[in-house]
Design a protein around this ligand. Structure first.
Ligand code: AMP
Length: 223
């Protein structure tokens, strides 16, 4: 195994495929997948103090305040399993978060980030989010149009058959709010990282496997 660092950030609108791609990429690169959304949802499910603070923002499709999210991400990135890199999914989402991440990387003496922008048209994003279903047992991400996926039915993975559910923020009102928040607060990061010469664009249209086939070489060539 090489000792290269893969410090990857996946940028993209909600529904661009960050979660699915981050999982696949982290397996391929053998580095952890870090999703601030998953960490926050875990905190809400466990009923922790962090979860109580975050829940209202998440249900409305708004961003959780920077100081909370920056603290979570900083703590996670300092853990030993991130020494060879990570795939960050859903962080940073604002310019102050990007600045904090840059400072944390400097303090930890890390190599530069590689930021991938997964670009997807808005109609396709709404289609993906409104049909998205997740499995409580295997954490699989599916779509209601996928073979074997039905509302109220089990996980289509025959080895799992866990309970499928829809995220509370994948309902129409929250989707609209999340897209507006993305445009206003997160999209400026494309410019922020582009100016720093660390951004690579990967088209996010197509099947998960097709996107992964574009993403892996883009990361390997640039890291
Ligand atoms: P995600 O799973 O990445 O779509 O995140 C779900 C929700 O968690 C978001 O809509 C926000 O409410 C919250 N969240 C996750 N990551 C962040 C972040 N970096 N900054 C602020 N809020 C976040």
């Amino acid at each position: 195994m090489s000792d290269r660092e893969y410090n990857v950030v996946l940028l993209g609108a909600p529904g661009a495929g960050k979660g699915t791609q981050a999982k696949m990429l982290s397996d391929q690169l053998a580095v952890p997948h870090i999703s601030t959304g998953d960490i926050l949802r875990g905190a809400v499910a466990e009923g922790t103090e962090l979860g109580a603070k975050a829940k209202g923002y998440m249900d409305r499709g708004e961003l959780v305040p920077d100081d909370l999210v920056i603290a979570i991400a900083g703590e996670r990135l300092a853990q030993d399993d991130c020494a060879r890199g990570f795939v960050l999914d859903g962080f940073p989402r604002t310019v102050p978060q990007a600045e904090a991440l840059g400072r944390a990387m400097d303090e930890l003496g890390r190599e530069p980030l590689l930021v991938v922008n997964l670009a997807v048209e808005e109609d396709e994003i709404v289609r993906r989010l409104s049909g998205r279903r997740l499995c409580r047992d295997c954490d699989g991400i599916f779509h209601i149009d996928d073979e074997g996926v039905t509302d109220g039915g089990p996980c289509p993975d025959p080895d799992c058959e866990g309970e499928l559910y829809q995220r509370s923020d994948d309902r129409p009102e929250a989707i609209r709010e999340r897209l507006a928040v993305y445009r206003e607060q997160t999209e400026p990061l494309i410019d922020y990282y582009s100016k720093r010469g660390v951004l690579v664009d990967v088209p996010g249209e197509g099947s998960p496997d097709e996107i992964a086939e574009r993403l892996l070489p883009a990361v390997r060539d640039r890291s």
